[in-house]
Design a protein around this ligand. Sequence first.
Ligand code: ADP
Ligand code: MG
Length: 287
Amino acid sequence: MDDAQSPDTLLSQSLAVLRHCVSTLETAAARAPTVAVELRDTIAALRGVESALHQHRDALRRAEHFATLGRLAAGLSHEIRNPLGTLFLHIDLLEEEFREPTPESPTVMMQTFGEIRTALTRLDELVQDYLSLVRVSTIELGVQDVGAAVQAWAVEMQPRAAQQGVTLELEGHTTVGPLAFHPSTLRRAVLNVVQNAIEAMPHGGTLRLACVRTATDVQLHIRDSGVGIPAELVSRIFEPLYTTKPGGTGLGLYIVREILVAHGGGVTVASVEGQGTTFVLTFPVPA
Ligand code: ADP
Ligand code: MG
């Protein structure tokens, strides 16, 4: 029998290995409290890094938001000049009619007041849109019945729709239940989409608001029977200052998207040219 493989040798070799293991284990056991402390320190340091990263990410988001606001402010100052110019012009006209009245003066003055009102409305819309964008980064969400809110907004928008020959239909709002949202901000988003829908139906049509609750989210579908959006332009409609309307601001849908993102949700669109467009606003349901 080979001596190297005898049971005695094997046993003594095994014992030596065991002894070594025991002493390693003893050393490890002695170091265990230190290692535990080191691990705890490492975990604490990693947590610090994680929260610093979160803070940096939030700061970056805020910086991005303000950079966008800065870009928009530049665009807006340009946009504001048009209605301001109209206002000055029409005030001069009024002054002239007042100083040297003619038989036509009452008619001219009434028309001029109408123009002034339109220019003021446009300025008001620009400012409201811009302010809703400035505030969007600081909104706090509260849990409320979103169906009841949607119904109230529909009632509010009904006269505007009717004036344009648009029938407004509302379905599903009684079954969606509570959701975390900021009412006046979300109202702005819904109003912007509905306003676009009405503008897309210059000869009247149907506007459907449908609230849908799925397992994971609440959706608000806003469907019009209007002119639709050409496929090659769909990707552009959420860009700030993109508009195809002579008096448009191009801010409406950009703001809608920012508002939805601030609610942890999103907005999608599907459109068929000549048939109509559906916007879907999606909100996550809190787990
Ligand atoms: P604005 O309404 O001032 O033009 P928006 O950001 O609200 O700006 O919309 C951008 C563009 O998207 C509109 O000019 C229009 O071309 C298109 N759009 C938005 N909603 C609709 C809709 N429901 N139907 C057809 N086109 C739409
Ligand atoms: Mg719009």
